[in-house]
Design a protein around this ligand. Structure first.
Ligand code: SAM
Length: 286
């Protein structure tokens, strides 16, 4: 079925009495070249299991299912489930789960995969871009995560230390994965047409992350605290926002022992800096 053809989409919508729900970020892909490019970017092959968020009417799912070993997709809108059962009926390697990606158990779903490697891929609903990327990366289940997000959101992820857009989420992303903005998807690639362009991004999850999983909890507390009051010095924001038994003088000493100026601001630190600092603070707490 040519799901990228607007006439086919309209026909399906009429037959099922389906209407787009704007608040669910329902902008379906109608550009077959972009669907192919996205599947290519994901790197899926017959040894790959794919976790897809928000299959919609199955446009991207169809392309992915034809090249991967197995695919599970989580769709919140129950009105799309009978449509997916029809549009994807010729495949026997698809599981459709009617759930909210922010509430579902990613591990339960991935535990049933039998392929060698698992990746995630999605044309994301724009209203939950950040929390969805967060749960996908945090799950530690995927070798890579390929997503379409709004171009502006993609640009913000590339923010460098010290720039206004650099924030705790950018540090979070850089802690888990290396990523590249791949290609732009003009608004005309979607139905209904959104107001802004989008971009495809692939996150390649670090196999040997600089911050090991068992160290992340305290490390991210330090990162979040450092960005709580951006205008303050790192020492000042840590002394008010990070819950430790350390005095301001001890925090200053920890910052200086990491090789930073005592008046440095948290917003200029990178992953390695935050890791060194969190380890140093822990040392001081002993
Ligand atoms: N993958 C389809 C495509 O590319 O044409 C649809 C992408 S559309 C941008 C986003 C999809 O995510 C919609 O089908 C929407 O219903 C679904 N969605 C929205 N919020 C969701 C949530 N919290 N959990 C799971 N799916 C969700």
């Amino acid at each position: 079925m040519l799901l990228t053809n607007p006439t086919v989409v309209n026909d399906i919508m009429t037959r099922y009495g389906f209407r787009f729900t704007k608040s669910l970020g329902q902008n379906f892909l109608i550009d077959s070249n972009m669907v192919k490019s996205l599947s290519d970017l994901s790197g899926a092959d017959s040894d790959t299991a794919i976790f897809e968020v928000g299959p919609g009417i199955g446009t991207l799912t169809e392309s992915l299912a034809s090249r991967c070993g197995e695919i599970a997709c989580v769709e919140i809108d129950r009105k799309l489930i009978p449509i997916l059962n029809e549009t994807l009926s010729r495949f026997d390697n698809i599981r459709i789960i009617n759930d909210d990606i922010l509430k579902t158990d990613i591990h339960d779903i991935c535990d049933l995969f039998t392929c060698k490697r698992t990746i995630a891929c999605a044309n994301l609903p724009y209203y939950i871009t950040t929390p969805t990327i967060t749960v996908l990366l945090k799950s530690d289940r995927f070798d890579s995560v390929t997503v379409v997000i709004q171009k502006e959101a993609g640009d913000r992820l590339c923010a460098k230390p010290g720039s206004p857009d650099y924030n705790a989420f950018v540090v979070f992303i850089n802690t888990y994965a290396e990523f590249t903005q791949s290609f732009k998807l003009p608004a005309a690639c979607f139905m209904p047409k959104p107001n802004v362009d989008s971009v495809a991004i692939r996150f390649d999850v670090y196999k040997n992350p600089l911050v090991p999983p068992e160290k992340r909890e305290f490390y991210f507390r330090v990162v979040r605290a450092a960005f709580t009051q951006r205008r303050k010095t790192l020492v000042n924001t840590l002394s008010t926002s990070l819950d430790t038994p350390l005095s301001k003088a001890e925090l200053t000493q920890a910052v200086v022992e990491c090789g930073f100026d005592e008046f440095i601001r948290g917003e200029v630190l990178e992953v390695a800096d935050f890791y060194a600092l969190s380890e140093k603070i822990l040392e001081f707490c002993k």
